[in-house]
Design a protein around this ligand. Sequence first.
Ligand code: TYD
Length: 137
Amino acid sequence: MKHYSVYDCSIVPLNKIHNRAGNITVVEGETSIPFDIKRVYYLYDIPGGEERGGHAHHGLFQLIVAASGSFEVMLNDGHNKKIVRLNRPDFGLLVVPGIWRELFEFSSGSVCLVLASMKYSEDDYIRDYEEFRKLKG
Ligand code: TYD
């Protein structure tokens, strides 16, 4: 695992095409974001007070977007932590490999859209925090 830090995770401004009928935001792999998109998933109907995440990935890049509502993302590289609040569908949070993440404070009806660089593989997950700390030295 390359030793990425929380400072490699950044807010990515996306486009917004506006007309009187509303807005559209388009994300193109390798153009808007630094990876090709292999998978899309979204979290919704999240009960109040629940937390998601609680893991890191060996190789996965992700763009996390508050497609609706708001939530907070805590990023941790084993040395530094950063909390980012997402509340706009035209901004995404780039999360690089090797970052422990926790998502919380979901507003009612929020939708967390995730664009991912790899198909789902449980082998890519690090779900044990002690193992994560060891890997990060
Ligand atoms: P997980 O990634 O742990 O969720 P979160 O980080 O949002 O808390 O995934 C939850 C469950 O869904 C787990 O059993 C694995 C499954 N899952 C898939 O089968 N495919 C996927 O692409 C994802 C993201 C999860």
